[in-house]
Design a protein around this ligand. Structure first.
Ligand SMILES: Cc1cc2nc3c(=O)[nH]c(=O)nc-3n(C[C@H](O)[C@H](O)[C@H](O)COP(=O)(O)O)c2cc1C
Length: 403
């Protein structure tokens, strides 16, 4: 039976444990480039014991970013910055992953720490603003919320060009040394919006039936599969449920993931659709292991490995969903921001004999061997409040069977 710290092999890549730093947009780029900032914080998570480290969603085109401060890989000149990041991640024993995406209707924003809208949420910029641009989507339907500016409906020719951009970005990602590629098909961004009937009201081959709404995603997958090395994992994060009666339905997602598996998908990372702010009972936001039941259904019914995020930050919770074989990889988001050594802390909490083995060898030696007052080393005494938090998982929860 695996646990959170068991190695995980997919294609020719072996993660030292089942803990991934989930992709998180960082607003730290100039002209889409990775620089010292990215080397610093991503290297720190690799040194902190994560098995797989993702930077943020990396844009395949300039207008595929969230803000003008976000990272991209649309130009060969950007490869060098990414290569510094991948070298640092590998140096500390983790596998570098990249999440490729296009923000579609939800681009052209201001970084939220700089400015929000009147509701305290993401602020969108109009196309004529110096830091804004014309957003695109499957149909000319704004995303809602602050994204009220007109959306350009993509032509078939523009869709084909975007698929070439996915492939070009994937080729650059391989050149930069990434060893795991996730396509971002979630969170209301371009691919997720093609998949959702809320955003996609096309009447051509890219709209209508589930097969047609999945076409943009399948063609992106095919384009990347052609250039991404066969021996490396190719995965995707799917916006698998809009939590809205007129949006993406989970049953449709199950069917589409089956098609993707036939097209060479190696693992599915399950997340929310994100195509509307008017979700009905989006319980996953607040529940421990909020998306695990859906991921487990994909694992069981489609038969491919799965990952998911959303409230796995209590070590006992993450460990339980791995050891119950509900998911294969735990995507850790906000906890990775608050604690670069989350895996070391988790290993201590879970009673592993040598949690410091996850750290670089010299740190490990000092922490294991230097005399001193044990509670003063910078990690809380084991079980300080964590077990109580784990108990908030309903005792009778059957995570594998709920839809
Ligand atoms: C600051 C921040 C930026 C994020 N950016 C991305 C992103 O670029 N791509 C993505 O798929 N998810 C993104 N997410 C979502 C996380 O990857 C993760 O799915 C979510 O935070 C839930 O996991 P958690 O409960 O461990 O935080 C972001 C989350 C945060 C907090």
């Amino acid at each position: 039976m695996p646990d959170l710290f068991s190695p995980f092999t997919l294609k020719d890549v072996t993660l030292r444990n089942r803990i991934a730093m989930s992709p998180m947009t960082m607003y730290g780029s100039v002209d889409g480039r990775m620089d010292d900032y990215h080397v610093m914080y991503l290297g720190a998570r690799a040194a902190g014991g994560f098995g797989l480290v993702f930077p943020e969603q990396v844009a395949i085109t300039p207008d595929g970013r969230t803000t003008t401060s976000c990272a991209g890989i649309w130009d060969d000149d950007q490869i060098a910055g990414h290569a510094r990041v991948t070298a640092m991640i590998k140096r500390f024993g983790a596998v570098p992953g990249i999440q490729l995406g296009h923000t579609g209707r939800k681009g052209s924003e201001v970084p939220p720490h700089q400015e929000t809208n009147a509701q305290g949420s993401w602020k969108a910029l109009p196309p004529d603003h110096p830091d804004g641009w014309q957003t695109v989507g499957p149909s000319a339907i704004p995303a809602g919320g602050d994204h009220s500016f007109p959306v350009h409906e993509l032509t078939v020719g523009e869709i084909k060009a975007l698929h070439r951009s996915y492939a070009d970005a994937a080729r650059r990602a391989a050149d930069a040394g990434y060893e795991w590629l996730e396509l971002h098909f979630a969170h209301g961004y371009l691919a997720a919006s093609f998949f959702s009937p809320l955003a996609n009201q096309r009447t051509d081959a890219y709209g209508g039936s589930n097969r047609n709404r999945a076409r943009f995603l399948l063609e992106a997958l095919d384009a990347v599969r052609e250039v991404w090395p066969e021996h490396l994992p190719l995965t995707m994060r799917l916006g698998s449920d809009d939590f809205h009666p007129a949006g993406t339905q989970f049953e449709d997602s199950l069917e589409a993931i089956g098609w993707m598996a036939d097209h060479g998908l190696d693992l599915a990372d399950l997340s929310m659709g994100g195509n509307t702010d008017e979700m009905v009972d989006p319980h996953f936001f607040n529940e421990p292991a909020g998306f695990v039941s859906r991921a487990a259904r994909v694992r069981r019914e489609v038969g491919i490995p799965v990952a998911t995020s959303w409230n796995l930050g209590v070590p006992q919770t993450a460990d339980a969903v791995i050891s119950q074989e509900l998911i294969d990889v735990a995507m850790i988001g906000r906890p990775a921001l608050s604690n670069p050594h989350w895996p070391v802390w988790a290993a201590r909490e879970l009673g592993h004999a040598a949690p410091f083995d996850l750290l670089p060898a010299d740190w490990r030696w000092w922490l294991a061997n230097f005399r001193g007052h044990a509670p003063s080393i910078g990690l809380p005494p084991v079980a300080a409040g964590v077990r109580a938090a784990a108990a908030t998982l309903p005792a009778d929860a059957d995570l594998s069977l709920t839809a």
